[in-house]
Design a protein around this ligand. Structure first.
Ligand code: ZN
Length: 176
């Protein structure tokens, strides 16, 4: 497997997209169980081994923070996850991006863009706008780029679009 160096850490480059497909499968399981929105996540180590798998459980738990990415890193039982690569079916929301930063996760791959989440009724873009207004106008905000802290990489797959279409086709889908 080809290697890639990202944020100073050497990761295998999963060109077979196996890990993203595992995250998509987890999202389908969550939708079918009525646990939450069509979102899954896989945490893997640098060798490409799966460490945890999770799907959105907001509706099941009644907890608005039960996003797939949060549950995937919580399952690892540590606060310093600099050895972890996260695969998320959707572009992580601001809460999840912050959690990944706090956890020191260096790289996240996402499949579906946030505009796609907006198209199926989720508020990611609206919340990004709110936070943009807060941070752009706040006196402590520095324009210094911190992108070296978290590399966000797009890994689009046709299965990602199909996942959201499946969600929209479910008459029993619960919004939050
Ligand atoms: Zn999130």
């Amino acid at each position: 497997m080809e290697s890639a160096i990202d944020n100073g850490y050497v990761f295998p480059r999963p060109v077979d997209t196996r890990l993203m497909r595992a995250a998509i499968r987890a999202a389908y399981e969550g939708v079918d169980a009525g646990h939450g929105g069509p979102f899954g996540a896989v945490a893997a180590d640098g060798e490409g081994n799966i460490l945890s798998v999770a799907h959105n459980e907001v509706l099941k738990s009644g907890d608005p923070t039960s996003h797939a990415e949060i549950l995937a890193i919580r399952a690892l039982g540590g606060y310093s996850l600099a050895h972890v690569v996260l695969y998320a079916t959707g572009y992580p929301c601001p809460m999840c991006l912050s959690s990944l930063l706090w956890a020191r996760v260096p790289v996240v791959y996402y499949c579906n863009d946030y505009t796609m989440a907006q198209e199926i009724g989720f508020d990611d873009v609206a919340f990004m706008r709110v936070l943009g207004e807060i941070y752009c106008c706040h006196p402590v905000f520095s324009p210094e780029s911190r992108t070296d802290r978290l590399s966000i990489r797009h890994l689009p797959l046709p299965e990602g679009k199909a996942l959201y279409a499946y969600w929209l086709s479910r008459p029993d889908r619960g919004m939050y």
